[in-house]
Ligand binder design. Structure first.
Ligand code: URA
Length: 243
């Protein structure tokens, strides 16, 4: 590494530490902790003793599902999309994040959470000791609503079977519901985020932690309390993953 690269690396680290401070991160997940958490992923795989056949079947199901999502015309959003955004990450993840719907950047790139909100989510995932490839990230609605408006109930109804299938295939140990749309769908409730966040609910036997959407954190950038609340929620998720 040359001097310039070292300075750039240090600046990047400084930014990351500043963000952790704002979140209220009071510890850093050490490499060994991250490895320990991830080893369970491998353990789970071994425990499932997936046969080649099963693995092949699952692969085929993923392929079919992805093809269906990419070609979906079940709601009018298909007319406005550049492309649908199925989701990405580890298909055996123990931790899954579910957002609302793709925004402009996601629609252009075909990947979930790659815009500003996505960068924030990535930092939160890293603060938890993971990287994006170790978790699975998806949305309730797979196509971008115009002007990033909230998806309509009919759009959620038409699109949610894809998320249901993704959860069925991944079988995560815990799901983080990012914001109102994901929380309402997974927990079938219309109670407010402030009431719900911080307490596990359940989706088909899987613990679901509702928390504020990263876009909400961006809209309320000056409010450090909200960031701290999100971190409190994530600490509960990490604790559950350790068991
Ligand atoms: N907001 C979401 O809910 N999902 C994305 O993929 C991006 C922004």
């Amino acid at each position: 590494m040359n001097d310039r690269e070292i300075v750039e690396k240090l600046e990047e680290l400084e930014c990351q530490l500043e963000f952790y401070q704002e979140l209220g991160v009071d510890f850093l997940v050490s490499q060994s902790n991250a490895e320990r958490l991830n080893k369970k992923e491998t353990g789970q795989l071994i425990h499932l003793e997936t046969t080649d056949n099963q693995a092949g079947d699952e692969e085929a199901e993923w392929e079919r599902l992805t093809r269906q999502i990419l070609g979906c015309r079940f709601c009018p959003l298909f007319k406005m999309r550049t492309q649908a955004v199925p989701g990405e990450g580890n298909r055996k993840a123990r931790l899954m994040f579910v957002g609302e719907a793709p925004g402009k950047d996601e629609d252009l790139q075909g990947r979930p959470f790659v815009g500003r909100a996505g960068q924030l989510l990535t930092k939160i995932i890293q603060a938890m000791g993971f990287d994006r490839q170790q978790v699975y990230i998806a949305n309730v609605v797979k196509c971008r609503p115009p002007e990033n408006r909230t998806p309509k109930p009919d759009e959620v109804k038409a699109c949610s079977p894809y998320l249901v299938k993704q959860i069925e295939l991944i079988k995560p140990k815990v799901i983080v519901a990012l914001g109102k749309v994901a929380t309402e769908f997974l927990l079938q409730t219309t109670r407010s985020m402030s009431e719900l966040r911080g307490n596990f609910g359940e989706y088909r036997g899987i613990p679901v932690m509702p928390t504020f959407h990263p876009s909400y954190l961006i809209r309320n950038e000056g409010n450090k309390e909200i960031k701290k609340m999100v971190w409190e929620d994530m600490k509960k998720v990490m604790k559950l993953l350790e068991t």
